[in-house]
Ligand binder design. Structure first.
Ligand code: DHE
Length: 690
């Protein structure tokens, strides 16, 4: 691998490899605020080979796997080229994903040789590196003197790059970007939007995933980008190539596309929203009482992601009552305050409204208010300032960056509010601050709207929806998902790439705390329970660390631990997306959906509330796919888990497993659902029970 490739891997998308006689590392794309520890200056090509080092390389057989300048026959390609390993080490230690303990290049190399599997990244000369390829016994077989000689040699081998990395690569001119045919460009643009924009941003400025602007992607080149797209990363980037989503040729097209300037998608003004608005059943034509004899409050509205549908499933009988066409790759569903209506938002920004009182639940209205969306919420306030029950809905958009207030009975769009603005920390203008989670307050006619890229939490008073009042609270960048504490006074939201959870007091309308967490908190809505030692807590899983963190939420009863991370419960793996419990349950359920190990990805764990130091038990919920998202039935006696399969594999498209919460035994399977993901029980969603 050439020096520049090492440099860009280190500074950008974060996949630096160092296997055999070393170990692998992954480097975060986010700008490191701290100074980069520098490799020892390289002595160009004149340093004479050190005999002790050469003998040690010989003894360890390092040359079979690595290119090592100056070492006879060291031309191996199983592990990475070690020509500029010192510079790579210096960059890698800056990565937020670096899991080792080294803070100097010397310590980094020592750790890499003695504990080669601490961290594994995917690129070994264009192929994925594998854990376990370099046995620790190789390093352990060296004496301290030999080890020191090898480390000293690798810091300045003859033939290494003259320049030491002192700064991130400068932006390459966009003319340097490779070209694409019109068809290739159109295909890549669509695929990027469908598969990548959610994490990297429509304008590719980065959020959950790194920025992919040409100044960052051109230095990586097609090979570097293709390697990452093919193999994925341990930080949650899917291994699109390995999973068979894309061929190598398609990945190469995407890699070229990513080096071009991102095309800006169109805006969506009110006129166009209104043109898309359809009302199938007017409010005065709808039933005035439930027509169905079913227990509709125990319905589960289940996302059938790749079918572009939701299934309404009877929670008492497990029958699929109806399947309703909604938006593309449906994301979430929320219920109106009475529970009568389900509002379903698709990634394409199409909002569908389903009447659950009819015999066969069906759409009564729909509208498109964005091209890319993730969140929807309703008005819930009923008090001295008015009764807003079932009156309004709000959709949070990724693109265009805005939220839209709609009539909750008809879905007619009422008002658009742009979220473009300035980042909370550096006060830079951001053209694409996307709307992440939204919750509705019980205390005021107010929504709490989280604006991801600028890191602000907006308290939006909807009493006059034409002219909403907005209070902007500064939090931290990359706000994503979150939920209420058990009292519904405090809202906790993950600022995921900042490794923080922000806490808002909805009653007083102020920020309460920013709590530090492990890497990439991803709570879903989080979960509330009473810790035997710390009292009431709210917990979140993490994408980047195998851990659940619990935060104290009782400032009155337990002021000493309020808004502090009081407990870490280890998990067998990272990649957790969702966690859930119920006030009646003695368990906490957690998934590891995005773990790169397919077995862990379909494994779920249960933690006993009375002994939360470690998981009580973990098991594989299926023999295929990924286990994702939990929901309780209305009584809190059953837990439903989705098996997120592959829409193109009959028999393995997906299903729901129903567990008895008391005994943790399987009660039923609801089979042959197409990629079920989120499930929203009417009773629990209305009351924010989690
Ligand atoms: Fe989600 C909630 C965004 C990927 C399933 N997801 C949310 C919320 C946001 C969000 C902002 C909070 C909504 C709220 O509470 O108002 N999700 C994103 C993304 O940007 C991301 C990372 C990438 C993307 O391209 O969409 C993403 N999400 C996924 C998935 O891959 C999941 C597992 C399956 C899918 O649908 O694609 C998924 N997200 C969910 C679910 C919830 C959710 C089930 C609701 C959880 C709940 O219990 O309320």
């Amino acid at each position: 691998m050439r020096p520049w490739k090492h440099i860009v891997f280190g500074a950008m998308l974060g996949l630096v490899v160092l296997v055999a006689c070393a170990r692998q590392a992954e480097v975060s794309p986010t700008t490191a605020p701290t100074p980069i520890p520098q490799a020892a200056p390289v002595a160009a090509t004149t340093a004479p080979p050190d005999d002790r080092a050469l003998a040690a390389f010989q003894k360890g057989g390092c040359g079979a796997c690595h290119v090592i300048p100056g070492v006879p026959n060291a031309r191996g390609t199983i592990g990475p080229d070690l020509t500029n390993v010192a510079q790579v080490a210096a960059q890698t230690m800056q990565s937020s994903t670096y899991t080792g303990n080294a803070t100097t290049v010397e310590a980094y190399l020592r750790e890499a040789i003695l504990e080669p599997d601490v961290f594994v990244a995917p690129d070994c000369n264009g192929s994925p590196c594998q854990k376990g390829v370099m046995p620790p016994s190789l390093g352990q077989g060296l004496s301290e003197e030999e080890l020191a000689a090898v480390i000293a040699y690798l810091q300045a081998p003859p033939g290494a790059a003259e320049a030491v990395v002192t700064e991130a690569p400068t932006a390459a001119p966009s003319e340097a970007a490779p070209t694409l045919s019109e068809d290739e460009f159109a295909w890549a643009k669509l695929v990027y939007f469908e598969r990548c924009a959610g994490c990297h941003g429509t304008l590719r400025k980065g959020a959950t995933g790194p920025a992919l602007t040409p100044d960052r992607t051109i230095p990586l080149g097609a090979v570097g980008l293709s390697t990452i797209i093919y193999n994925g990363t341990s930080r949650g980037m899917p291994d699109w190539g390995k999973q068979g989503f894309f061929t190598k040729e398609q990945i190469e097209v995407l890699a070229r596309f990513l080096q071009r300037e991102p095309p800006a998608p169109p805006e969506l003004p009110m006129e166009r929203m209104k043109a898309s608005w359809k009302m199938y059943v007017a409010p005065d034509q709808r039933p005035t009482a439930p027509q169905t004899k079913r227990n509709w409050q125990n319905y589960f509205v289940v996302t059938l992601r790749d079918a572009g549908q939701v299934a309404v499933i009877d929670g008492d009988t497990y029958e699929v009552v109806s399947k309703v066409d909604s938006g593309y790759a449906v994301h979430i569903t929320r219920m109106s305050a009475t529970g009568r209506y389900a509002y379903v938002i698709g990634r394409d920004g199409k909002l569908a409204m389903i009447d659950l009182w009819t015999e066969t639940p069906a759409k009564v209205a729909e509208v498109q208010v964005c091209y890319d969306a993730r969140s929807v919420e309703v008005s819930k306030y009923n008090g001295p300032e008015g009764d807003f029950t079932d009156k309004l809905a709000v959709v949070g958009c990724y693109w265009p960056p805005h939220f839209v207030i709609l009539d909750g009975q008809t879905l007619e769009p009422i008002h658009i509010v742009s979220t473009r603005g300035y980042t909370v920390d550096t006060m830079e203008y951001h053209p694409e601050p996307r709307v992440a989670s939204i919750v509705a307050s019980d205390f005021k006619p107010e929504w709490i709207i989280n604006v991801k890229e600028i890191g602000q939490i907006w308290l939006v008073n909807y009493a006059n929806p034409q002219a909403p009042q907005i209070k902007m609270l500064p939090a931290a960048r990359f706000l994503h998902d979150g939920g209420w504490d058990a009292t519904h006074r405090y809202f906790l939201v993950a600022a995921n790439q900042s490794n923080k959870v922000a806490v808002v007091d909805a009653q007083e309308g102020r920020m309460v705390a920013l709590v530090d967490t492990p890497k990439i908190p991803h709570p879903g809505r989080g979960t509330n329970w009473v810790d035997p030692e710390f009292g009431p807590v709210w917990s979140s899983g993490h994408l980047g660390d195998p851990a659940i963190v619990s935060i104290g939420t009782d400032p009155e009863g337990h002021p000493d631990v309020a808004w502090k991370a009081v407990r870490v419960t280890p998990l067998p793996g990272a990649g957790s997306l969702f966690i859930k419990t119920h006030p009646n349950s003695k368990w906490i359920w957690v998934d590891m959906t995005l773990n790169s190990d397919p077995v862990l990805a379909r494994t779920i764990c249960v933690i006993a509330k009375e002994n939360p130091a470690e998981p009580h038990t973990c098991w594989e919920a299926s023999s295929y796919g990924r286990a994702v998202h939990f929901e309780y039935n209305a009584a809190g006696t059953e837990v439903w888990v989705s098996i997120w399969g592959d829409a193109s594999k009959p028999g393995e498209t997906g299903e729901i497993v129903v567990y008895d919460d008391a005994t943790l035994t399987e009660k039923a399977r609801i089979p042959n659902l197409v990629t079920p993901t989120g499930k929203f029980n009417v009773y629990n969603t209305v009351r924010d029970i989690y």
